[in-house]
Write a protein that binds this ligand. Sequence first.
Ligand code: HEC
Length: 164
Amino acid sequence: MKLYQRVLIGGGLLCVIGYQAFNGQGARQTAAPNAQVERGRYIVEIGGCNDCHTAGYAEAGGKAMEADRLKGDMLGYRGTWGTTYPTNLRLTLSKMTEAQWLAYAKKLDTRPPMPWFNVRAMTDDDLKAVYAYIKQMQVDWAQPRPHFSRRTRRRSSPSFSGLG
Ligand code: HEC
């Protein structure tokens, strides 16, 4: 192996070790108890967001692993508006700054059965806590994201339907 190759490999290794050390510290920091995150978790729980945005939550009597929460659901809500699907809130918030989330939430206007009016009624402090909680969750880009569909619009009586 030539000298410059050794230097390159050695430098590369140092970068990796340095990055891991730095990253490890970051992980420890987020693992530390964070009052704002805990408050957000609480608001999301009593605010009923998991009821729809966490798959299987209501069926399990309000139990879900933290890793499974707020990823959206394939269970559709069909009515005069078409069929709506609870969105993956991790994805939604991952694309927003806190200020953008506040502005978005204050003007939230969706189709049923999403209680957008409940989100609008939240105080800035509550919305910030919800943001802190959801923002620190891992984002799974590979997750399927069912989209609102107008196809079923003609049906007038509301009903639920699984996707597939
Ligand atoms: C009764 C079921 C239900 C509950 C409870 C519910 N959602 Fe939703 N939510 C939905 C559905 C369905 C949609 C998709 C609406 C559409 O497509 O127009 C939605 C959409 C949204 C959106 C807009 C889409 C996006 O991702 O930007 C936000 C934000 C949102 N919900 C946040 C919340 C929060 C925060 C709570 C708790 C306070 C909550 N939801 C509670 C069913 C629900």
